[in-house]
Design a protein. Structure first.
Length: 190
């Protein structure tokens, strides 16, 4: 039965102390940006998290709207973020509680009507309609039921992505058109 090799409490203690003495240090900004990709290909793109400069996530249109299905669509990335957050939160809580995990299985599903994305009528909303996250955990047979229940409640309570989706957050979207100046290499003068 796998016991955590990482002492999460030891790692988090100085972080908690820092945030207690300097609350502003706990305010974190996350950013993901477009990564270089072939602009002539309307079915694919790449994005990169600023916090992990060597990571690039490839994504593309879903086959239901004309995509090739060779890379995850943006909905897959959203559901993947929820699954990853739920699992890592559960693992960290288990490590803090000294609970050994035998197995963890997180499955996230969503319902979506592609007609909205294809602009087939105002009656078809653009976006996911429902999301269901199912988390199954196998613990040692001798683990007390009250601790197991506390583990699951805490993992649900502290999952950032789950709680963000549940409560919603203000989202600002800004679109701008920029024009590039012709460069000498593209527009040589005689």
């Amino acid at each position: 039965m796998p016991i955590s090799r990482v002492d999460v409490r030891e790692i988090q203690t100085p972080i908690r102390e820092r945030y207690a003495s300097d609350p502003a240090a706990a305010e974190i900004s996350l950013e993901v940006r477009s990564a270089p990709s072939d602009l002539a290909d309307p079915l694919h793109c790449a994005v990169a998290p600023v916090s992990a400069s060597d990571v690039i996530w490839r994504s593309g249109a879903h086959p239901a709207v004309g995509g090739e299905g060779d890379v995850p669509c943006s909905g897959d990335l959203l559901l993947g973020a929820l699954a990853a957050c739920q699992e890592v939160t559960l693992r960290m809580v288990a490590a803090n509680m000294g609970i050994a995990l035998e197995a963890v299985d997180v499955r996230v599903e969503a319902d979506w009507d592609a007609r909205g994305t294809l602009a087939m009528g105002k009656e078809f909303p653009v976006g996911l309609k429902t999301i269901t996250c199912r988390t199954s955990v196998t613990l040692a047979a001798d683990e007390r039921e009250d601790r197991a229940e506390r583990l699951l409640r805490s993992a649900e309570k502290y999952c950032v992505v789950l709680n963000t989706l549940r409560s919603g957050v203000p989202v600002t979207s800004e679109f701008r058109i920029g024009a590039t100046e012709p460069s000498e290499s593209r527009d040589p003068k005689p």
